[in-house]
Design a protein around this ligand. Structure first.
Ligand SMILES: *[C@@H]1O[C@H](CO)[C@@H](O)[C@H](O)[C@H]1NC(C)=O
Ligand SMILES: *[C@@H]1O[C@H](CO)[C@@H](O)[C@H](O)[C@H]1NC(C)=O
Length: 340
């Protein structure tokens, strides 16, 4: 089933989380409290050290050599079952997080567009406690219980605030992790953020949600926005919206054109390991997912993420919502007369 609604109505709908230009809470990365949400197992007051037992739940996404991903706190974990308690693994020391062990990141492609930043790539992500063979899960700030996955997880970037220091909190983000592939998108605060960081397609994986470069290499690129995940422009000017469960799943949107890509010359993100190009050298056990055959957080029809249906991560009433509910939501949205 594909629902056809006007692009304007859709914009009204997705803007609901951004009310009067303000988010409900904004934290200063230089002055964080111990915790920020109920039921939080880790901490946001992480100090300036580093260790591999840290429970820090602050993510920083600034460039291909300075970013973090969510990973399980304990070894051999399925992302879907620990999504409420994942912790931060980072390239960059000094922020109280865990670090990616040497050789974890096999590729990393940072992309900055007008409305979002993202990092896409592959890795030996069993190094950050993801069980071998785990097809993965999705993390976002809108858990089924109204809290984020992880509870209390905060994301910061300096990309829109001068590109130095810890930057500012960014409120909309989505991250897919499997044992071999990852993708994270962080959306510039504003009325477009919820659409570009839509989080309801949580079993569709990286390529559907975050089109980008998953091939070998490490670089920083600029590029255009891709139309938000799940939206398909029609010849008549309307926009079709993919609804979870619809069959067949439409093809992922192609990645946008990139420009001014700068390959990383520093080896800092490898934590001392030799730069791998596609497959890690010196280890017969590394298995790199061939691009396009498997996608973090789902992607294979034969092995959907087992917990996905129990963790909608969705805006209330939207995930898997029947058409009538979706349309009445739209009607409500429009009758509120939301303006921005
Ligand atoms: C990981 O956990 C699974 C079951 O949860 C178990 O069968 C497997 O042996 C474990 N692997 C390692 C390396 O501990
Ligand atoms: C690990 O790092 C966390 C966060 O900075 C800190 O609270 C904890 O005390 C550290 N643990 C050790 C054993 O150093």
């Amino acid at each position: 089933m594909v629902v056809k609604i006007g692009a304007q109505s859709l914009a009204l709908l997705v803007a609901l989380t951004f009310v009067n230009g303000q988010y409900t809470a904004t934290y200063d990365p230089n002055n964080l409290p111990g915790t920020t949400e109920q039921g939080q197992t880790g901490t946001n007051a992480c100090g300036t050290g580093n260790n591999q037992t840290s429970q820090c739940q602050n993510l920083y996404v600034n460039s291909a050599e300075d970013f973090c991903l969510w990973g399980p706190p304990d070894p051999n974990s399925s992302v879907g079952t620990v999504e409420e308690i994942v912790v931060a693994y980072c390239t960059t020391p000094g922020r109280g997080t865990r670090l990616f062990p040497a050789g974890t990141l096999i590729s990393a492609h940072f992309l900055e567009t007008p409305d979002y930043i993202q990092v896409t790539g592959t890795g030996q992500l069993t190094n950050i406690n993801i069980a071998a063979g785990d097809s993965g899960g999705e993390l976002d700030p809108h858990g089924a219980d109204g809290f984020g996955n992880p509870h209390g997880g905060l994301v910061f970037s300096n990309v829109w605030s001068g590109k130095t220091g810890l930057g500012q909190q960014i409120h909309e983000w989505t991250n897919f992790m499997s044992d071999t592939e990852y993708c994270i998108r962080v959306c510039k605060d504003g009325p477009n953020a919820a659409a570009f960081c839509q989080h309801i397609y949580d079993i569709q994986g990286c390529h559907f949600n975050i089109p980008g470069d998953y091939d070998a290499g490490f670089d920083d690129c600029k590029g255009d926005n891709v139309i938000p995940m799940g939206l398909y422009p029609q010849p008549d000017g309307s926009t079709s919206t993919y609804v979870n469960g619809a069959n067949p799943t439409p093809a992922p949107q192609p990645p946008a054109a990139t420009s001014s890509c700068t390959p990383l010359t520093s080896s800092v993100i490898y934590n001392g390991a030799p730069a791998a190009t596609g497959s890690a050298s010196g280890s017969g056990s590394v298995t790199t997912a061939p691009s396009g055959t498997r996608s973090a957080g789902g992607g294979t029809t034969s092995s959907p993420r087992s917990t996905s249906s129990s963790s909608p991560n969705g805006a209330a009433g939207f995930h898997g919502a029947p058409l009538s509910l979706l349309l009445s939501l739209l009607a409500v949205t429009i009758s509120i007369g939301f303006v921005f």
